[in-house]
Write a protein that binds this ligand. Structure first.
Ligand code: GLY
Ligand code: MN
Ligand code: MN
Length: 427
């Protein structure tokens, strides 16, 4: 990281937050990273993920019980937890030039570090404390601008993409060598240099028909006797900034691999369309039309794309949204917001779509079309859609392969978008 990127990022955040303080007539904002969460009746905790609004201000992974104080016209203040604790590793303030940009106040749990805060002080983060209040609308106000990433943030996501792509390549090799889902996942973790608890979301590793389960959560210990497909949806993070990448690998050159190639071409075309001014809801509709085209071209459905759209056939094979905002949260905040006042917009035609905004330069989004053979949805289609036009015998042949998803992370631009994922795969 170059310090100038971070300085510029901090200046942008300071400007955004000063505007918010002016709007809500407040003199300070406290951001809390959050507390560790203990399992019920137990003495160990779930993996800690800091509140993303606090994490955004710092160039390293933030730990629990850390507070930031933002005020107009002064350097931000970092209240750093001192832990008198020999059970856990020490928690020193990370070294680095970033320290010059902060007032750092080490504090013990019971220290009254908040006693000097101004009267009109707002709280952002979990568990509001009496010395700061929850201000209605403030959260939405600051969330709205998070969709547009600073160069520092884009750089972090480029690095998290590069690390995840190393993992995907190792996962592909493990799959081609006949390994189990567990072994493929371990190969991914090793090559992307992370533990499972550090993944930005639990990696999805589905072999064969498990590829048809959208959020497949298991890792089969057994090797498949006849491996056909690997769908791996897994990312990495760089001080909290996620990558979210899916690839579908196959072992044979056959009618399914031809479908994978077609979807891959379509996905690249969609990623190239991610330009400023594009309504993401329309891009989702374009995707449904594209899926209808593929179903027809590959003789899965003999109805024309127009007839398929009228009957809702593409949604049987592609039942999720095209993608979402990406950032400190994998499904980043503000995807439904159309202004900073918190007005939201859902897509009636696509209830699962997590991004309904018009794209702006430097938003980072995912583009993740899929095409699956999901028994439950196929049965429902046969029951509910008369004359669906689908070749059920061909679908039976495809079911053991599960499905396909291809997911890239893309930086929206006014002209040619930057595809972080394809760039990393090309090395
Ligand atoms: N990995 C979750 C998603 O793609 O949205
Ligand atoms: Mn995604
Ligand atoms: Mn994903």
């Amino acid at each position: 990281m170059t310090i100038s990127l971070y300085q510029e990022h901090l200046a942008t955040l300071q400007t955004r937050y000063e505007k918010a303080m002016q709007h809500f007539q407040i003199d300070a904002i406290v951001l809390a990273s959050g507390d560790k969460s203990y399992y019920f009746q137990d003495d160990h905790t779930a993996p800690f993920h800091a509140y993303s609004g606090a994490q955004q201000w710092l160039p390293f992974t933030l730990s629990a019980e850390t507070y930031l104080v933002i005020q107009a016209g002064t350097k931000p203040r970092l209240v750093w937890p001192i832990r008198d604790d020999f059970w856990h590793a020490p928690n020193p303030v990370p070294e680095g030039e970033w320290q010059n940009e902060w007032q750092i106040s080490p504090a013990r749990k019971d220290d009254a570090w908040f006693s000097s805060l101004p009267e009109k002080c707002a709280w952002l983060g979990p568990k509001p404390q009496p010395f700061a209040r929850t201000v209605n609308g403030l959260n939405a106000y600051v969330d709205f601008s998070k969709a547009v990433k600073t160069p520092f943030e884009i750089n972090a996501m480029r690095l998290s993409t590069e690390r995840a792509v190393k993992g995907h390549l190792a996962a592909k090799d493990a799959f081609l060598a006949g390994m189990s889902e567990l072994e493929v996942h371990l190969a991914f973790l090793k090559a992307s240099q992370q533990t499972a608890a550090q993944e930005p979301y639990p990696g999805i590793v589905g072999i064969n028909d498990h590829a048809a389960v959208l959020h497949y959560e298991h890792k089969d210990f057994n090797r498949s006797a006849r491996p056909l497909t690997l769908l791996i949806d897994a990312g990495a993070s760089e001080h909290g900034y996620a990558s979210d990448i899916t690839r579908t690998f196959v072992r044979h050159n056959d009618e399914f691999s031809a479908l994978v190639d077609s979807l891959d071409r379509m996905e690249q075309g969609l990623a190239r369309s991610a330009m400023s001014g594009v309504d993401y809801r329309e891009l989702h509709q374009d995707t449904l039309e594209g899926i209808a085209g593929l179903l027809n071209e590959h003789k899965i459905c003999r109805l024309s794309p127009e007839e398929q759209m009228a009957k809702g056939i593409p949604q049987v094979f592609f039942p999720h949204g095209l993608g979402h905002l990406l950032g400190l949260q994998v499904h980043d905040v503000g995807g439904f917001q159309i202004d900073e006042l918190g007005t939201t917009r859902k897509d009636e035609k696509a209830p699962f779509l997590r991004l309904t905004r018009t794209l702006e330069e430097n938003m980072v989004i995912t583009i993740e079309p899929g095409l699956y053979f999901i028994p439950m949805l196929l049965e429902k289609m046969q029951a509910d859609i008369p004359q669906h036009g689908c070749d059920l015998a061909l679908i039976e042949r495809f079911k053991p392969y599960g499905g396909i998803r291809i997911e890239d992370n893309v930086v929206v631009q006014d002209d040619v978008p930057v595809n972080l994922t394809r760039n990393a795969f090309q090395g």
